[in-house]
Write a protein that binds this ligand. Sequence first.
Ligand SMILES: *[C@@H]1O[C@H](CO)[C@@H](O)[C@H](O)[C@H]1NC(C)=O
Ligand SMILES: *[C@@H]1O[C@H](CO)[C@@H](O)[C@H](O)[C@H]1NC(C)=O
Ligand SMILES: *[C@@H]1O[C@H](CO)[C@@H](O)[C@H](O)[C@H]1NC(C)=O
Ligand SMILES: *[C@@H]1O[C@H](CO)[C@@H](O)[C@H](O)[C@H]1NC(C)=O
Ligand SMILES: *[C@@H]1O[C@H](CO)[C@@H](O)[C@H](O)[C@H]1NC(C)=O
Ligand SMILES: *[C@@H]1O[C@H](CO)[C@@H](O)[C@H](O)[C@H]1NC(C)=O
Ligand SMILES: *[C@@H]1O[C@H](CO)[C@@H](O)[C@H](O)[C@H]1NC(C)=O
Ligand SMILES: *[C@@H]1O[C@H](CO)[C@@H](O)[C@H](O)[C@H]1NC(C)=O
Length: 468
Amino acid sequence: MAHHHRSTTIFFPFFVMVVVSSFSFSSCIHHEHMLEDHNRFQEEIGYDFQAYPLYTSQVDIHGRGQLCDMNSTNQIEDERISSFDGLIRQFSDDSARSTIVVDNYGAKGDGSSDDTKAFQDAWNQSCSSTSPVTFVVSRGKQYLLKPITFSGPCNSPLTLQIYGTLKASDNRGDYRVDGRHWILFQRIKNLTVEGGGTINGNGNIWWQNSCKINKTLPCKEAPTAVTFYDCQNIIVENLNIEDAQQMHISFEQCSNVQASNLVVKSPEKSPNTDGIHVANTHNIQISSCTIGTGDDCISISNGSQNVQASDIICGPGHGISIGSLGAKNSEARVSGVFVNGANLSGTTNGIRIKTWQGGSGSASNMKFQNIQMQNVENPIIIDQNYCDQPTPCTHQESAVQVKNVFYQNISGTSASDIAINFDCSKSYPCEGILLQNVDLVKEGGGASNASCNNIHLINVGTVSPRCP
Ligand SMILES: *[C@@H]1O[C@H](CO)[C@@H](O)[C@H](O)[C@H]1NC(C)=O
Ligand SMILES: *[C@@H]1O[C@H](CO)[C@@H](O)[C@H](O)[C@H]1NC(C)=O
Ligand SMILES: *[C@@H]1O[C@H](CO)[C@@H](O)[C@H](O)[C@H]1NC(C)=O
Ligand SMILES: *[C@@H]1O[C@H](CO)[C@@H](O)[C@H](O)[C@H]1NC(C)=O
Ligand SMILES: *[C@@H]1O[C@H](CO)[C@@H](O)[C@H](O)[C@H]1NC(C)=O
Ligand SMILES: *[C@@H]1O[C@H](CO)[C@@H](O)[C@H](O)[C@H]1NC(C)=O
Ligand SMILES: *[C@@H]1O[C@H](CO)[C@@H](O)[C@H](O)[C@H]1NC(C)=O
Ligand SMILES: *[C@@H]1O[C@H](CO)[C@@H](O)[C@H](O)[C@H]1NC(C)=O
């Protein structure tokens, strides 16, 4: 098993120069040797800034607090975002569309009849069509569905217009074959799911039977309400997703995804009900989403690269999390996370990176900016001693390396005394951590504190609280 070597060569000023040099801003200080450093840096972390440049494109300092040309950097960002946008929007703009209404395939939409077969038939018809199809779920109706798989590959781009409500069967026996998924989209390219309707996981029965709620019960996973697995060019927008059995919406092994204008909601006490989960997925933009659940609003796990989230309202919930990573001595890799614009309120965490002891690999190149926290328990936290199991975790040397993480323009209030908590690994300290314009006070007034272990960081501008 290839273990990461210690990256003693990476220290903060070096990193910042590297990032900036990757863009050749005319107004930024630029030296020949930086390019070499840049290449070494890419080799070191296996991250291609040219291929995944989005999160770095607004980096505005080069380690001495001077600003680069924000105008040109914004321009770079705009261009890249719009080309990404164009790439996946092409397919939704098509005139020769046919419409398939699920009601014409026998769906009742009365809230109690099982409409699973009608959906499956209508999907099969849609998927085999050689011209683009709009699959319509009617307004004002409620369709009861057992676990269902919408499989591709399909012959044409599809749009699933959900105007009404999809409601999950709450007979747990219905999930005997596959206990992990309710609605599963798999191996589909060019799919839009939209319509302003509701997807309701009807999760109460699952929550009651969770070992986190009833400690006498064994721990078992519950279904994810909506999963996209091995899909490309996906748009999911303008939907309400609520009361999931476990996670609400999960993107796994996908690429080129836009998720926007989603309202994700379940009770604060519902266990493990992550809002939007991203795993093994490349190039995903999550924007303008309002998420309040019993677990992470957004969780980003192993194998994800170039994940952007903007205009996120989160709470209640566990905040925006990277991880957990490295469980059971696994190797994990997450890079290129850019969160820009979030409002977290009453959450247990704000921005969290969590890794288990004993893992390997890295969590790197992340930027969290323009974030407002209100009464958040742990506003900024890196936890390399994460342990979510009934028995205590034993000490292990190895760790997932956390490096190159920027926190910029983050303000608000902390519910606890410790607003900034960096609990990094002793053998693999956190490297290249930047705090710039961070101002977190205690909710109700007074100063908060920072707790910092095994971290190499730099403060720029106003940073409060500061690591001792
Ligand atoms: C950025 O653009 C604005 C308006 O176009 C201009 O007034 C300003 O001087 C520019 N700033 C820099 C640093 O070039
Ligand atoms: C839909 O198509 C899949 C594969 O193409 C097939 O396995 C399944 O039986 C079909 N379902 C129905 C209800 O026709
Ligand atoms: C998906 O969209 C791409 C880009 O427009 C196109 O090349 C491809 O043929 C489409 N595939 C399907 C199944 O729609
Ligand atoms: C917890 O589960 C046990 C075993 O199924 C059951 O007897 C008990 O009533 C449950 N407790 C609650 C509070 O639901
Ligand atoms: C993490 O993702 C990488 C691919 O990016 C994969 O090789 C590795 O097996 C994954 N680890 C776990 C624990 O799933
Ligand atoms: C953030 O959310 C809180 C609570 O909903 C609200 O009071 C506050 O105005 C919001 N702040 C911003 C910047 O949207
Ligand atoms: C800082 O973030 C807040 C939102 O939290 C935003 O309103 C403000 O414009 C940001 N300031 C700068 C300088 O980007
Ligand atoms: C912060 O930490 C210092 C030193 O441990 C302690 O004296 C002080 O009371 C703490 N302040 C808060 C607000 O927790």
